[in-house]
Design a protein around this ligand. Structure first.
Ligand code: AMP
Ligand code: MG
Length: 326
């Protein structure tokens, strides 16, 4: 298949989705690879294009609340409170599903993950297509998430039908995923809405163990939380796990990624500073693009400085831990 067109024509994108096509589109989090969630043939093409394992369920995107009652068998008052506070925006709620939602979308789980994005063009697209759209990130499975149309074209351009260019993503990390079938709700994935923001609205939430320590029952709750994910091709290690002196003497070409720069700057052939002023929102928006630049820098190893474990720092640390090569 030749490389697909990149367009800003929302009508064309909506028509392509209605015809069972695959359309990558920009959201505030990362670019999504969309298909009609009610059309199993179209959804199957998402898994094929991404090489995504079938045990990893998809998030369904809506713009009109009318779809909620069609997709979710029950919407608790707590869920309503969260929607009121954070929708549209980077919060995904996992709710009991109705029979309308194909098992392929939920990987056979009795629940469905639903999100209402805030990106104006994504909303326009969803309203025009007037269907729920299943959309994982628009990248090959396990690789870095795309935050520009060009990132999508570089890896999936030949496997999909259209890219709707919505500009660079403003949040830059995936949505927060909250499991609403438990009390209190459990945070399955840190993302664009922080744990602190959630807890201000609904009080303490449950969490899952960080990467690598997930129990079997936790893995069953959120099958997509794989230990290695969001990974560049170049080996990446956290600063705490390397001997920097030894590495510097090894003659390897090194890259660094940190929030606001590192003392040992001269040891690195390529340094990415995400936000010189330490602002985590700026850092999140830059994060995946910076990792891509490092990956393109012909380096032997990337060393990452973790963020403070607050606010968006939690989501960024989660992505960093999963980006490490074991
Ligand atoms: P992605 O589409 O790659 O941003 O990731 C979607 C992630 O949301 C999956 O990998 C799961 O971890 C989570 N998820 C989606 N649907 C469900 C569900 N029904 N139950 C629990 N987690 C879900
Ligand atoms: Mg993904």
């Amino acid at each position: 298949m030749p490389a697909c067109p990149i367009t800003t024509d929302v009508n064309l994108a909506a028509a392509t989705l209605r015809d069972g096509g695959l359309v990558a589109f920009g959201t505030e989090t990362v670019y999504g690879l969309g298909a009609n969630a009610l059309d199993t043939k179209a959804v199957a093409r998402i898994f094929e294009a991404k090489n995504r394992p079938h045990f990893d369920p998809l998030i369904v995107h809506i713009a009109d609340a009318k779809w909620l009652s069609k997709l979710a068998a029950e919407v608790s008052p707590l869920a309503e409170q969260l929607m009121e506070a954070f929708w549209p925006g980077p919060l995904t709620l996992v709710l009991p599903k109705t029979d309308l939602v194909p098992d392929l979308v939920t990987s056979g789980l009795p629940s469905v993950a639903v999100r209402m994005p805030s990106h104006p063009q994504a909303r326009e697209l969803l309203l025009k297509v007037d269907l729920p759209i299943a959309a994982p990130s628009a990248n090959p499975f396990g690789q870095l998430s795309p935050t520009t149309a060009r990132h999508v074209a570089a890896t999936l351009g030949e496997r999909i039908d259209l890219i709707l260019d919505g500009g660079p993503c403003l949040v830059g990390v995936e949505s927060t995923v909250l499991l609403m079938t438990e009390s209190p709700p459990r945070l399955l994935r840190h993302g664009g809405v922080t744990q602190e923001q959630l807890e201000k609205v609904i009080g303490p939430v449950g969490t899952v163990s960080p990467t690598g320590d997930a129990t079997d029952s936790e893995a069953a709750l959120s099958p997509g939380m794989l230990a290695q994910h969001y990974a560049p091709r170049t080996p990446l290690s956290l600063i705490d796990d390397v001997n920097l002196e030894e590495l510097s003497r090894s003659g390897k070409r090194l890259g660094a990624i940190s929030l606001s720069g590192v003392d040992a700057g001269s040891a690195f052939a390529h340094e990415e500073i995400l936000a010189p002023n330490g602002d985590l929102t700026t850092a999140a928006a830059e994060f995946f693009a910076a990792l891509r630049r490092l990956d393109a820098g012909d380096l032997d190893q990337i060393v990452a400085w973790p963020f403070s474990e607050v606010g968006l720092g939690r989501a960024l640390n989660d992505r960093l831990r999963r980006a490490c090569h074991s």
